[in-house]
Design a protein around this ligand. Structure first.
Ligand code: PMT
Length: 244
Protein backbone atom coordinates (compact mmCIF):
# COMPACT_ATOMS: atom_id res chain seq x y z
CA UNK A 1 0.00 0.00 0.00
CA UNK A 2 0.96 3.61 -0.36
CA UNK A 3 0.45 4.58 3.26
CA UNK A 4 3.81 5.01 4.94
CA UNK A 5 5.91 4.41 1.82
CA UNK A 6 7.58 7.80 2.35
CA UNK A 7 8.12 7.33 6.09
CA UNK A 8 11.49 8.68 7.21
CA UNK A 9 11.96 10.61 3.97
CA UNK A 10 12.50 14.35 3.72
CA UNK A 11 10.99 15.91 0.63
CA UNK A 12 10.94 19.44 -0.74
CA UNK A 13 8.00 20.54 -2.87
CA UNK A 14 7.88 23.96 -4.53
CA UNK A 15 4.49 25.45 -5.34
CA UNK A 16 2.84 28.56 -6.67
CA UNK A 17 4.30 31.28 -8.80
CA UNK A 18 7.00 33.75 -7.87
CA UNK A 19 6.35 37.49 -7.69
CA UNK A 20 9.10 39.74 -9.00
CA UNK A 21 8.71 43.27 -7.59
CA UNK A 22 8.68 46.32 -9.84
CA UNK A 23 8.06 48.83 -7.05
CA UNK A 24 6.55 48.57 -3.54
CA UNK A 25 3.04 47.90 -4.92
CA UNK A 26 3.53 46.10 -8.26
CA UNK A 27 5.05 42.84 -9.41
CA UNK A 28 5.47 40.54 -12.37
CA UNK A 29 3.73 37.25 -11.67
CA UNK A 30 1.91 34.33 -13.22
CA UNK A 31 -1.35 32.42 -12.85
CA UNK A 32 -0.20 29.55 -10.64
CA UNK A 33 -2.70 28.93 -7.82
CA UNK A 34 -0.42 26.54 -5.91
CA UNK A 35 -3.00 23.72 -6.07
CA UNK A 36 -0.74 21.22 -7.83
CA UNK A 37 2.15 21.79 -5.43
CA UNK A 38 -0.03 21.77 -2.32
CA UNK A 39 -1.58 18.47 -3.48
CA UNK A 40 1.92 17.01 -3.84
CA UNK A 41 2.83 18.21 -0.34
CA UNK A 42 -0.34 16.78 1.24
CA UNK A 43 0.04 13.43 -0.50
CA UNK A 44 3.67 13.11 0.66
CA UNK A 45 2.60 14.02 4.22
CA UNK A 46 -0.13 11.35 4.13
CA UNK A 47 2.50 8.78 3.09
CA UNK A 48 4.69 9.66 6.08
CA UNK A 49 7.26 12.08 4.66
CA UNK A 50 8.62 15.16 6.38
CA UNK A 51 7.50 17.76 3.85
CA UNK A 52 9.03 21.18 3.28
CA UNK A 53 6.68 23.23 1.10
CA UNK A 54 8.46 26.19 -0.47
CA UNK A 55 5.60 28.28 -1.75
CA UNK A 56 5.16 31.49 -3.65
CA UNK A 57 2.27 33.78 -2.64
CA UNK A 58 -0.99 31.82 -3.06
CA UNK A 59 -4.50 32.00 -1.58
CA UNK A 60 -4.41 28.48 -0.06
CA UNK A 61 -4.27 27.76 3.68
CA UNK A 62 -1.09 26.16 5.07
CA UNK A 63 -1.56 22.38 4.91
CA UNK A 64 -1.62 20.65 8.30
CA UNK A 65 1.54 18.75 9.20
CA UNK A 66 3.72 20.36 6.54
CA UNK A 67 6.69 22.71 7.08
CA UNK A 68 5.72 25.77 5.04
CA UNK A 69 8.44 28.14 3.80
CA UNK A 70 6.81 31.14 2.16
CA UNK A 71 8.83 33.04 -0.45
CA UNK A 72 8.06 35.76 -2.95
CA UNK A 73 10.76 35.90 -5.58
CA UNK A 74 12.70 33.36 -7.63
CA UNK A 75 15.89 34.33 -5.77
CA UNK A 76 14.19 33.65 -2.42
CA UNK A 77 12.85 30.33 -3.72
CA UNK A 78 16.35 29.34 -4.80
CA UNK A 79 17.74 30.27 -1.35
CA UNK A 80 15.04 28.25 0.42
CA UNK A 81 15.65 25.19 -1.79
CA UNK A 82 19.40 25.42 -1.14
CA UNK A 83 18.80 25.73 2.61
CA UNK A 84 17.02 22.36 2.79
CA UNK A 85 18.59 20.42 -0.06
CA UNK A 86 21.47 18.78 1.82
CA UNK A 87 19.14 16.61 3.95
CA UNK A 88 16.48 16.04 1.30
CA UNK A 89 15.70 12.78 -0.50
CA UNK A 90 13.41 14.32 -3.10
CA UNK A 91 12.86 17.70 -4.75
CA UNK A 92 9.70 18.23 -6.80
CA UNK A 93 9.50 21.64 -8.45
CA UNK A 94 5.93 22.35 -9.45
CA UNK A 95 6.40 26.08 -8.94
CA UNK A 96 6.06 28.43 -11.86
CA UNK A 97 9.30 30.36 -11.35
CA UNK A 98 9.57 33.69 -13.17
CA UNK A 99 12.36 33.44 -15.72
CA UNK A 100 12.97 37.22 -15.52
CA UNK A 101 12.87 39.92 -12.85
CA UNK A 102 13.06 43.70 -13.04
CA UNK A 103 16.73 44.76 -13.06
CA UNK A 104 16.06 47.16 -10.21
CA UNK A 105 13.21 47.62 -7.77
CA UNK A 106 11.95 51.20 -7.33
CA UNK A 107 11.95 52.20 -3.66
CA UNK A 108 8.83 54.36 -4.14
CA UNK A 109 5.68 53.76 -6.12
CA UNK A 110 6.34 54.65 -9.76
CA UNK A 111 4.21 57.61 -10.80
CA UNK A 112 2.80 58.57 -14.18
CA UNK A 113 5.05 61.09 -15.92
CA UNK A 114 4.18 64.59 -14.81
CA UNK A 115 4.52 67.23 -17.54
CA UNK A 116 8.12 68.28 -18.02
CA UNK A 117 9.66 65.70 -15.73
CA UNK A 118 10.77 62.45 -17.32
CA UNK A 119 10.49 59.66 -14.81
CA UNK A 120 12.46 56.44 -14.54
CA UNK A 121 11.82 54.16 -17.50
CA UNK A 122 9.46 56.65 -19.14
CA UNK A 123 9.91 58.21 -22.56
CA UNK A 124 8.63 61.61 -23.65
CA UNK A 125 5.84 59.87 -25.58
CA UNK A 126 4.54 58.44 -22.31
CA UNK A 127 5.79 54.93 -23.02
CA UNK A 128 7.11 53.02 -20.06
CA UNK A 129 9.58 50.19 -20.06
CA UNK A 130 11.04 47.90 -17.44
CA UNK A 131 14.46 46.39 -17.89
CA UNK A 132 14.42 42.68 -17.08
CA UNK A 133 17.31 40.41 -16.11
CA UNK A 134 17.30 36.63 -16.11
CA UNK A 135 16.62 34.71 -12.90
CA UNK A 136 18.74 31.68 -12.06
CA UNK A 137 17.36 28.32 -13.21
CA UNK A 138 17.02 26.53 -9.86
CA UNK A 139 16.82 23.00 -11.28
CA UNK A 140 19.36 23.78 -14.00
CA UNK A 141 21.91 24.93 -11.43
CA UNK A 142 21.38 21.79 -9.36
CA UNK A 143 22.13 19.66 -12.42
CA UNK A 144 25.44 21.53 -12.76
CA UNK A 145 26.31 21.04 -9.08
CA UNK A 146 25.55 17.32 -9.24
CA UNK A 147 27.67 16.99 -12.40
CA UNK A 148 30.68 18.67 -10.84
CA UNK A 149 33.84 16.61 -10.19
CA UNK A 150 33.68 14.68 -6.86
CA UNK A 151 35.65 17.23 -4.79
CA UNK A 152 33.10 19.91 -5.56
CA UNK A 153 30.09 17.72 -4.97
CA UNK A 154 27.74 18.64 -2.20
CA UNK A 155 25.85 16.23 -0.01
CA UNK A 156 22.77 16.21 -2.23
CA UNK A 157 23.97 13.51 -4.62
CA UNK A 158 21.16 11.07 -3.92
CA UNK A 159 18.46 13.62 -4.46
CA UNK A 160 15.59 12.48 -6.71
CA UNK A 161 14.63 15.46 -8.88
CA UNK A 162 11.28 15.93 -10.59
CA UNK A 163 10.36 18.98 -12.66
CA UNK A 164 7.21 20.27 -14.30
CA UNK A 165 6.78 21.96 -17.65
CA UNK A 166 3.73 24.02 -18.49
CA UNK A 167 3.35 24.18 -22.25
CA UNK A 168 0.76 25.58 -24.62
CA UNK A 169 2.12 23.87 -27.76
CA UNK A 170 4.67 21.21 -28.80
CA UNK A 171 4.21 19.71 -25.34
CA UNK A 172 6.47 16.68 -25.76
CA UNK A 173 9.26 18.42 -27.67
CA UNK A 174 9.53 21.33 -25.26
CA UNK A 175 9.27 19.06 -22.24
CA UNK A 176 11.98 16.74 -23.58
CA UNK A 177 14.36 19.69 -23.91
CA UNK A 178 13.72 20.69 -20.28
CA UNK A 179 14.10 17.10 -19.05
CA UNK A 180 17.55 16.93 -20.65
CA UNK A 181 18.72 20.44 -19.74
CA UNK A 182 17.74 20.00 -16.10
CA UNK A 183 18.79 16.31 -15.95
CA UNK A 184 15.73 15.21 -14.03
CA UNK A 185 14.63 11.74 -12.95
CA UNK A 186 11.39 12.55 -14.71
CA UNK A 187 9.42 15.50 -15.89
CA UNK A 188 5.70 16.18 -15.61
CA UNK A 189 4.57 17.82 -18.84
CA UNK A 190 1.50 19.88 -18.11
CA UNK A 191 -0.90 20.68 -20.95
CA UNK A 192 -2.05 24.23 -20.15
CA UNK A 193 -3.88 24.77 -23.45
CA UNK A 194 -7.01 23.00 -22.12
CA UNK A 195 -9.50 24.80 -19.90
CA UNK A 196 -9.63 21.80 -17.48
CA UNK A 197 -5.86 21.55 -17.00
CA UNK A 198 -2.95 23.66 -15.77
CA UNK A 199 -3.07 26.98 -13.93
CA UNK A 200 -5.84 27.36 -11.34
CA UNK A 201 -7.89 24.28 -12.32
CA UNK A 202 -9.01 21.45 -10.00
CA UNK A 203 -8.04 18.80 -12.57
CA UNK A 204 -4.88 18.25 -14.55
CA UNK A 205 -3.78 16.50 -17.75
CA UNK A 206 -0.14 15.46 -17.73
CA UNK A 207 2.43 13.31 -19.49
CA UNK A 208 5.39 11.83 -17.63
CA UNK A 209 8.69 11.87 -19.52
CA UNK A 210 11.69 9.80 -18.44
CA UNK A 211 15.38 10.15 -19.29
CA UNK A 212 15.31 6.84 -21.21
CA UNK A 213 12.72 8.26 -23.61
CA UNK A 214 9.71 6.52 -22.07
CA UNK A 215 6.50 8.57 -22.01
CA UNK A 216 3.41 7.88 -19.91
CA UNK A 217 0.19 9.61 -20.89
CA UNK A 218 -2.03 9.98 -17.81
CA UNK A 219 -5.76 10.65 -18.24
CA UNK A 220 -7.40 13.83 -16.94
CA UNK A 221 -7.76 13.52 -13.15
CA UNK A 222 -7.85 15.62 -10.00
CA UNK A 223 -4.61 17.30 -8.92
CA UNK A 224 -4.70 15.11 -5.79
CA UNK A 225 -4.73 12.01 -8.02
CA UNK A 226 -1.92 13.39 -10.21
CA UNK A 227 0.07 13.93 -7.00
CA UNK A 228 -0.50 10.30 -5.96
CA UNK A 229 0.60 9.05 -9.42
CA UNK A 230 3.78 11.15 -9.17
CA UNK A 231 4.73 9.87 -5.69
CA UNK A 232 3.98 6.28 -6.86
CA UNK A 233 6.79 6.77 -9.38
CA UNK A 234 9.20 8.52 -7.00
CA UNK A 235 9.09 5.76 -4.34
CA UNK A 236 10.76 3.04 -6.50
CA UNK A 237 13.54 5.52 -7.39
CA UNK A 238 14.27 5.89 -3.67
CA UNK A 239 14.72 2.17 -3.09
CA UNK A 240 16.99 1.89 -6.15
CA UNK A 241 19.24 4.53 -4.59
CA UNK A 242 19.44 2.72 -1.27
CA UNK A 243 20.72 -0.48 -2.89
CA UNK A 244 23.37 1.47 -4.83
O1 PMT B 1 -0.41 26.06 -9.24
P1 PMT B 1 -1.51 25.52 -10.14
O2 PMT B 1 -2.56 26.55 -10.45
O3 PMT B 1 -2.09 24.23 -9.59
O4 PMT B 1 -0.83 25.16 -11.57
C1 PMT B 1 0.13 24.15 -11.63
C2 PMT B 1 1.21 24.48 -12.66
C3 PMT B 1 0.59 24.59 -14.05
C4 PMT B 1 1.90 25.79 -12.31
C5 PMT B 1 2.24 23.31 -12.58
O5 PMT B 1 1.60 22.10 -12.83
C6 PMT B 1 3.38 23.48 -13.59
O6 PMT B 1 3.30 23.09 -14.75
N1 PMT B 1 4.51 24.07 -13.12
C7 PMT B 1 5.66 24.41 -13.95
C8 PMT B 1 5.42 25.75 -14.57
C9 PMT B 1 6.43 26.08 -15.67
O7 PMT B 1 6.07 26.68 -16.65
O8 PMT B 1 7.64 25.67 -15.53
P2 PMT B 1 8.83 26.03 -16.54
O9 PMT B 1 8.61 25.35 -17.83
O10 PMT B 1 9.05 27.51 -16.56
O11 PMT B 1 10.04 25.39 -15.79
C10 PMT B 1 10.39 24.02 -15.90
C11 PMT B 1 10.84 23.49 -14.57
O12 PMT B 1 12.01 24.20 -14.11
C12 PMT B 1 9.81 23.61 -13.45
O13 PMT B 1 9.92 22.47 -12.65
C13 PMT B 1 10.23 24.88 -12.73
O14 PMT B 1 9.84 24.84 -11.36
C14 PMT B 1 11.75 24.85 -12.88
N2 PMT B 1 12.37 26.19 -12.96
C15 PMT B 1 11.90 27.12 -13.83
C16 PMT B 1 12.49 28.36 -13.91
C17 PMT B 1 13.58 28.65 -13.05
N3 PMT B 1 14.16 29.84 -13.08
N4 PMT B 1 14.03 27.72 -12.19
C18 PMT B 1 13.45 26.48 -12.14
O15 PMT B 1 13.89 25.61 -11.38
Amino acid sequence: GRRGDLAGRRVIVTAGGTHEPIDPVRYIGNRSSGKMGYSLAEEARDRGAHVILVTGPVALPDPYGVEVQPVETALQMRDAVHRFIADADVLIMSAAVADFRPATQATQKIKKRSSGAQGRGQSEEGEFSIELVQNPDILGELAQILNAPPAQKTTCQRLVRVGFAAETEHLVAHAQTKLQQKQLDFLVANDVSRSDSGFGTETNKVLLLYADGRIEDLPLMSKASVAAEIWDRVVPLLSVQEQG
